[in-house]
Design a protein around this ligand. Structure first.
Ligand SMILES: *Cc1c(COP(=O)(O)O)cnc(C)c1O
Length: 239
């Protein structure tokens, strides 16, 4: 038992330490980019992590949590119902999941087709504020299967911006992973320039993960989505 407690204390201090380190990376990257760090949100990506880990991240100051799998997210939401958390859905969306997503999240970052957006708008409960939406854009061509193509983006964005129960906020991207910072910057710059080309009142760029948040911030990210650097490596082998 004392060993278990010691281990738990160690895990807890690790998450708090990781939160400070990621905050520091965001601050440093904002400084380099001459941006106000308060314009960059830290979205904690908690897929595969237990509710206790999210509770620790909350205690260390985080409020926004991103989940990829609906059932997993809903069970954590129940376990953490006592905390004032803001939930973001960031995973691929099947049509039969839209109602639960519309009912249980404040943001959806992964909309890439109109049918899904229409269902989310129809199913968003009247008593909740409009659902915040980012269109996921595919800037890596054949390398990625999800995301709207740059060619299809203007029509999709225009159609979504007219849906009554959605609020189109901006774009989301997951560029092909690379350690080459010039390539990272080029991919994020492409997302930013697509957003500007839309001529819509958008304020959000959801881009940057544990390995490339600096380049994303340099190119205008307003949400960085961070999993590994906060919670450690993910183990998909666990039930
Ligand atoms: C898992 C995931 C992340 C977090 O990635 P890390 O490399 O662990 O920081 C961010 N965005 C999306 C869409 C994800 O699926």
């Amino acid at each position: 038992m004392p060993q278990t407690l010691a281990l738990l204390a160690q895990i807890m201090s690790t998450i708090a330490d990781n939160v400070s380190q990621v905050d520091e990376r965001i601050r440093a990257a904002a400084l380099v980019a001459q941006r106000d760090p308060s314009t960059i949100g830290l979205l904690a990506v908690s897929k595969t992590k237990p509710a206790a880990a999210l509770r620790e991240a909350y205690a260390a100051g985080l409020h926004d949590f991103g989940e990829n799998y609906l059932q997993e997210a809903l069970s954590k939401q129940l376990e953490l119902a006592d905390l004032p958390l803001c939930w973001h859905f960031i995973g691929p969306i099947q049509s039969n999941k839209t109602r639960a997503i519309a009912e249980h999240f404040a943001w959806v970052h992964s909309v890439d087709r109109l049918k899904i957006a229409q269902r989310l708008s129809e199913q968003r409960p009247a008593e909740l504020p409009a659902l915040n939406i980012c269109i996921q854009i595919n800037v890596s061509g054949e390398a990625s299967k999800s995301g709207c193509t740059p060619e299809d983006l203007p029509a999709l964005a225009a159609a979504i911006s007219l849906l009554p129960r959605l609020k189109l906020r901006g774009l989301m991207a997951i560029p092909e992973p690379t350690d080459d910072s010039a390539a990272q910057n080029a991919a994020f710059a492409a997302v930013s320039s697509l957003q500007h080309s839309l001529n819509l009142p958008l304020d959000t760029l959801s881009m940057g993960m544990s390995h490339d948040l600096e380049a994303a911030i340099a190119q205008g990210a307003t949400w960085v989505r961070i999993g590994t650097a906060l919670f450690g490596a993910r183990d998909y082998g666990q039930p």
